[in-house]
Design a protein around this ligand. Structure first.
Ligand SMILES: [Zn+2]
Length: 377
């Protein structure tokens, strides 16, 4: 009981820092849409469409660059931020650039991937040209010690045919959710592309943060050949963290399951059982967290409420309940969807009053799956 006030306020503050995201609710349809998107032939569209629970995956294209890539690597190491580098074959011809690639491979924080040989538009090239672009770079990546399985099309430009050909070589095609247009900011620090709102014309960091909100995180496209990107990276990492996001690796199957060819994990709804060590509650409902119960061996997804709670088709109806410290949280009612609380370990069916708060909702009393330790004292 002692831990309650702390956990509630922490969960609220961490979600509030990503304000404006509460309309991102994950339901069964989201994964179906993601699967549909995965059939797209675009080199930009990602198989995993999010939301990402605030996870951000950094990617750097077109290197390795003799000066700027080592600067990028140093920043990422200092901040312990994972990243994937989509390298060009023509940037791996010299011994010193190959050595940088080897350095990337040797560090478990990083992944080295294929971005073609010459950075040509590969949409309408012959099969032999496309295979030479993919295979030529593959060979150099292998020399650097990598076992590459991720490919990004130059400019994100692909057709169904070119995509099929790349995939026939054993590669997964990776696009992005957030295009930083760092190349556009590279010269003077300002970018006047029409897609960049005027408020962000001199503010690449602000522009990236604005785009991250759309997917509650996602894959960010950057370029390690740009000196300005290396300059801005420390501030960008700080701003992303300060906004409440966390960094993840592109090969993390918990964040990008479709990219990594695994079944999407189940994202529990409010009142359902969850794993406190792998809190996926915010994937289904951004303001939710996994509250440990039964001495932390399991958890229950909760969210602060006054009067009302959202429901999800297929999950037990929810109810706004008062906690032992007098705050409202959403829990699941005892019904056949949770087998009368049997599916929520560490809870018992108990008849409780609605937490009305300032909602103006009428008083009500329902049988709810309540954590056992609430009544223990
Ligand atoms: Zn590129």
């Amino acid at each position: 009981m002692k831990r309650w006030p702390l956990l509630v306020s922490f969960a609220l503050s961490s979600s509030c820092s990503r304000s404006g995201l509460s309309d991102h609710t994950l339901d069964a349809g989201v994964w179906e849409e993601a699967l549909e998107a995965s059939r797209s032939c675009s080199g930009v569209e990602m198989e995993d469409a999010g939301p990402f629970g605030g996870r951000v995956m950094l990617t750097f294209d077109d290197g390795p660059h003799r000066v700027n890539t080592p600067r990028v690597l140093a920043t990422l190491r200092a901040e312990q931020v994972p990243a994937t580098f989509f390298a060009l074959g023509e940037m791996l011809e010299s011994a010193d650039q190959l050595a940088i690639a080897q350095e990337i491979v040797a560090d478990p924080l990083f992944d080295l991937a294929n971005h073609s040989y010459h950075h040509d538009d590969l949409r309408y090239v012959s099969a032999s040209k496309l295979y030479s672009e993919v295979d030529g770079t593959h060979e150099r990546l292998v020399v650097a010690g990598a076992a590459p399985d991720l490919f990004r099309f130059p400019y994100g430009a692909s057709t169904c045919t070119s995509r099929d050909r790349v995939e026939s070589r054993g590669y997964r095609v990776v696009g992005w959710h957030v295009d930083s247009v760092d190349w556009c900011y590279a010269g003077s620090g300002s970018c006047s592309l029409s897609r960049v709102p005027s408020a962000f014309r001199h503010d690449m960091v602000g522009y990236v943060l604005d785009l991250l909100e759309e997917h509650d995180g996602g894959v960010v496209l950057l370029h390690d050949i740009q000196s300005r990107t290396a300059d801005v990276l420390p501030a960008l990492i700080t701003a992303i963290r300060d906004a409440g996001y966390t960094f993840a690796a592109l090969d993390d199957p918990a964040v990008l399951p479709l990219l990594n060819g695994v079944e999407p994990p189940y994202d529990p709804w409010l009142g359902e059982t969850c794993d406190p060590a792998d809190d996926r509650c915010s994937f289904a409902e951004p303001d939710a967290w996994c509250e440990p119960v039964a001495d932390g061996t399991s958890g229950v997804c909760m969210r602060a409420c006054e009067g009302y709670c959202p429901d999800r088709t297929g999950s037990a109806t929810t109810f706004c309940v008062e906690t032992p410290v007098g705050e409202g949280v959403c829990l699941g009612r005892s019904d056949d969807a949770n087998h009368w609380c049997d599916d929520v370990p560490g809870t018992v069916a108990d008849e409780v009053d609605r937490f009305v708060g300032a909602s103006g909702a009428s008083a009500a009393r329902r049988t709810v799956c309540v954590p056992e330790d609430w009544s223990a004292g």
